[in-house]
Design a protein around this ligand. Sequence first.
Ligand SMILES: NC(=O)C1=CN([C@@H]2O[C@H](COP(=O)(O)OP(=O)(O)OC[C@H]3O[C@@H](n4cnc5c(N)ncnc54)[C@H](O)[C@@H]3O)[C@@H](O)[C@H]2O)C=CC1
Ligand SMILES: O=C1[C@@H](O)[C@H](O)[C@@H](O)[C@H](O)[C@H]1O
Length: 338
Amino acid sequence: MTLKVGVIGTGAIGQEHINRLNNKLAGAQVVAASDIDAAAARAAVAKLAPGAKVHADGRAVIADPNVDAVVVTSWGPTHEEFVLAAIAAGKPVFCEKPLATTADACLKIVNAEIAAGRHLVQVGFMRRYDSGYRALKKAIDDGAIGAPLMVHCAHRNPSVPEAYVSSMAIVDTFIHEIDVLRWLIGDDYASAQVIVPRNTRLTHSKLDDPIIVMLATKGGIRIDGEVFVNCQYGYDIRCQVVGEDGVADLPEPQSVPLRREGRFSTAILQDWKLRFIDSYDVELQDWIDATKLGKVDGPNAWDGYFAAVTADACLEAQRTGAVVPIVTTPRPVFYDKG
Ligand SMILES: NC(=O)C1=CN([C@@H]2O[C@H](COP(=O)(O)OP(=O)(O)OC[C@H]3O[C@@H](n4cnc5c(N)ncnc54)[C@H](O)[C@@H]3O)[C@@H](O)[C@H]2O)C=CC1
Ligand SMILES: O=C1[C@@H](O)[C@H](O)[C@@H](O)[C@H](O)[C@H]1O
């Protein structure tokens, strides 16, 4: 059976996902799409999924009887509406991060899914599908470094557009660390603090760059995460876990080491699309396969909610400089298994 997918939002990642669902991965076909920029939706469909129907809005995509499952890749503030509408229609939905822009909205989605009585929602936290993070997790789970004590990590982008402001360092960028580190070390967060060092000369008045996010887990692990989005030299994701018996690092992406003109060098990737290209493929193939079996195997609505609560605490810490507790409602039994 081919999973017939409707895609809402045909911008940068929407086009990437249409292409992989329709032309790279097995078992899915993009049959419908929409964007508030209708011309952009028509152009994306013509290029990447000819024959797919272009609808006037996202709700029409969800209501299309030909659509089995929905992918939401529109702007973050629209996610809540489309995910809730997909749940109401009983259709599985893959939503790019964030699940919704507030913790309350994420909780609404959690409650709607529980009321529907079926697992329908997956969130696009693709790092859980990255071969490097998976190898790192296996080393930790196999006991290679003993009990984790500290995590040092960094999320560096070469540059960001002018519209990128301080809060986005948390909700758009560090949100990936928030999800993947919790999964990596198998512990939930207890508190957050944000430290602002001297700003780079390349930033502007509405963006503190870089920042350091400090998280403490319930089990006492300390995490320091640098976010530096005007680092210039490349897209660089680093993660080092310090355990009782040793230290484990996230593997570097593969690149040919060059010796030339008195120098030894390797290339550094410039862009998130390339750094995680394989993870997006694995993530969406897994989503197609699990959806056909009526399951959600990946990050679920609870993970989206947990990330949003943590992000809210980080935002408060960013505004106030205080250590802010991270408090969620109790995890419903519904999410014990995906
Ligand atoms: N997992 C990941 O690594 C990444 C995730 N994202 C997430 O994907 C989402 C989209 O990001 P980008 O593609 O970079 O942004 P984008 O701005 O390139 O594309 C978003 C598209 O959504 C459309 N849109 C806005 N409101 C809409 C509505 N009500 N109905 C239909 N379409 C609507 C816009 O016209 C635009 O074409 C964001 O939530 C972002 O955080 C983005 C990049 C990487
Ligand atoms: O999700 C992403 C972007 O939205 C975000 O703006 C970047 O900072 C991240 O590196 C990328 O993975």
